[in-house]
Design a protein around this ligand. Structure first.
Ligand SMILES: [Cu+2]
Length: 333
């Protein structure tokens, strides 16, 4: 071997070493854990201007809970609640879903996020048996408000039992600033017993198949948004409602009694908005973003304007405090 080669070999090795170290240390997209919130809370707006790797931790948990006072149901949940957590990311982000399936669960679960571009919306690659974990990444290519839900077979049962939530993919420049944001999801429950029948109620796939729910509720149970659960705001504030319809069957005619949506991003498409909308039609497996400014204090009722559903649980309250505004609203006699 020539002297030159003897010198070059160690130099090359050292160069390779530093190249490897450099590659390891080079600045890459930052990694962060998604701030998740349960309804009606919404995570804070995203302030960064660069895409990140965002880690979302979900866990399927099968657990008993209250569907209404005195009515028990075996819910299938993401992270223990119905709806599952609100996920907030930014367009261009890489979203890493870590889905655990709790060890005490009986069946496999997965997640199909409508914000995912790829077969099954992630459902195929995230199918997870009890006690196991699956991890997958997707790039958030399209901004908007999207439903996510379990898609393990039989899919209708997994959605009917409560495995759904919303994911917001913020556009590059974010959404306009508002004073308050709320997270509301409508869904139906199909129980063996009729509405109001006390005790444990099993899921009725028969009623699901003929699309005859006993309950139509906001945020997973009757009265989740009334009494202590009422949404609160003040006169002068602008509120934004991220409204999802998990179905599994019905289309929602979402309306706030006594208000007009100043802006609606129909079907969750943030390319709008439309203005001055009374009722926004939200298909099953879709969402809508409604915004309005509050001028008059009092009690505002959130409903599905297919109004008989009021009696099945589809009612929520937005309580607004502040000075009266007789120039806008008053009784004369
Ligand atoms: Cu499932």
């Amino acid at each position: 071997m020539k002297t030159g080669a003897l010198i070059k070999a160690p130099v090359a090795a050292v160069s390779l070493f530093f190249l490897a170290v450099g590659l390891l240390l080079r600045p890459s997209a930052a990694e962060e854990r998604a701030k998740l919130t349960f309804a009606p809370e919404v995570p804070p707006p995203i302030t960064r201007t660069q895409p990140d790797l965002v880690v979302v931790e979900l866990e399927a948990i099968e657990k008993r809970g209250q569907l209404a006072d005195g009515v028990e149901y075996e819910f299938w949940t993401f992270n223990g609640r119905v709806p599952g957590p609100f996920i907030r990311v930014r367009v261009g982000d890489t979203v890493e879903i870590r889905l655990k399936n709790h060890k005490d669960n009986k069946v496999a679960h997965t997640v199909d996020l409508h914000s995912v571009t790829g077969p099954g919306g992630g459902a195929h690659i995230l199918m997870t048996d009890p006690e196991k974990e699956s991890v997958a990444r997707f790039k958030a290519l399209n901004p908007g408000l999207y439903v996510y839900h379990c898609a393990a077979p039989p899919v209708p049962a997994h959605i009917a039992n409560g495995l759904y939530g919303l994911i917001l993919v913020e556009p590059k420049k974010g959404l306009s600033k508002v004073d308050r944001e709320f997270y509301v999801v409508q869904s139906e429950f199909y129980t063996d017993g009729e509405i109001g029948e006390k005790g444990f109620q099993a899921f009725s796939s028969k009623k699901g198949a003929v699309e005859r729910p006993e309950y139509v509720v906001f945020n997973g149970r009757v009265d989740s948004l009334t009494g202590k659960g009422a949404l609160k705001a003040k006169v002068g504030e602008t509120v934004r409602i991220y409204f999802g319809n998990a179905g599994p069957n019905l289309v929602s005619s979402f309306h706030v009694i006594g208000e007009i949506f100043d802006r609606v991003y129909r079907e969750g498409a943030v390319s709008g908005p439309d203005t001055n909308v009374q009722t926004t039609l939200v298909p099953a497996g879709s969402a809508s973003i409604g915004e309005f400014k509050l001028e008059v204090p009092g009690t505002y009722i959130l409903v599905d304007h297919s109004i008989f559903r009021l009696d099945r649980g589809a009612a929520g309250v937005l309580q607004v405090e502040g000075p009266e505004a007789p120039e806008i609203y008053k009784k004369l006699k």
